[in-house]
Design a protein around this ligand. Structure first.
Ligand SMILES: [Zn+2]
Length: 264
């Protein structure tokens, strides 16, 4: 039952977000695409589908099962003290998001991790489909770390569902090629990560790329000095300098990319 419900919730959030942000992109695109959208989407969604199958085979619903286990047995930091449930949920979500910030930063700073993470950054246009363009190696290690963190903090199943839903929708929004009204951008910047902030992170300029690591909250970048804000948005070139040929960025190439020539 847990398996079926979790898979359905995941699919509804992913599919709903994808269609919603795609519709928004088509109605109010931030900038015209320089590459064929159907071709890029075939690669990005092909990779997403493959990753989903492999993650389901490797981990199933391990995160939710573990969250259920730690809650039933009062394990983890949050279960050591009586706290209002809403506060527990907020702490669990913020903690998991902060650790994702740290993991993302390490993916840029550690050469071995960057080999995998550059698959995500190698997209030459950025839109909602970029949000799930990752190498399975990165996702599998990330899933293992998340399991350890759920155990450490003692996150319950609802916290894990809220975190993963928030993460998925925030990632889709910030990768979207969307013309966001200035008032919403300004409001979003104060707490969360709008597309303009994440667009800087996808710049070919390494100094700009090694900034703005946040996914849900912008607080971590602000507090730890990795926030870059004042960049000429129209001048941002998306991608990784060494991977400029779209003909060499098909699904097969992305799968072997971590094991090929190192490109900063
Ligand atoms: Zn990155």
């Amino acid at each position: 039952m847990l398996d079926a419900n979790a898979a359905l919730i995941r699919l509804l959030i992913f599919g709903g977000g994808l269609l919603f942000f795609l519709a928004c992109e088509l109605m109010a695109p931030y900038r015209p695409a320089t590459l064929s959208k159907p071709r890029r989407w075939a690669v990005n969604l092909g990779l997403t589908a493959l990753n989903s199958l492999l993650l389901a085979a490797l981990f199933g619903t391990a995160k939710l099962a573990l969250a259920q286990h730690v809650t039933q047995h009062n394990l983890g930091l949050l279960n050591a003290h009586p706290l209002p449930y809403g506060l527990k949920l907020l702490i669990a979500v913020a903690f998991l998001d902060f650790m994702l910030y740290v993991w993302h930063l390490l993916n840029h700073e550690v050469p071995l991790l960057w080999r995998f993470h550059r698959v995500h950054h190698s997209d030459l246009n950025m839109d909602v489909s970029t949000a799930t363009r990752f190498h399975i190696g990165e996702l599998a290690v990330s899933a293992l770390i998340t399991l350890g963190l759920i155990y450490l903090i003692g996150a319950d199943p609802l916290s894990v569902i809220v975190f993963e839903a928030g993460l998925g929708l925030c990632a889709q929004f910030q990768h979207s090629s969307l013309k966001v009204p200035a008032w919403l951008e300004g409001l979003w910047w104060t707490l969360l990560v709008p597309p303009s902030m994440h667009r800087i992170h996808h710049s070919v300029r390494i100094k700009e790329r090694n900034s703005n690591y946040g996914t849900i909250f912008s607080l971590w970048d602000r507090a730890l000095g990795t926030l870059v804000r004042h960049v000429d948005q129209a001048g941002i070139r998306i991608g990784v300098g060494g991977h400029f040929d779209s003909a060499r960025l098909g699904l097969g190439r992305l799968l072997i990319m971590p094991f090929t020539r190192y490109v900063r």
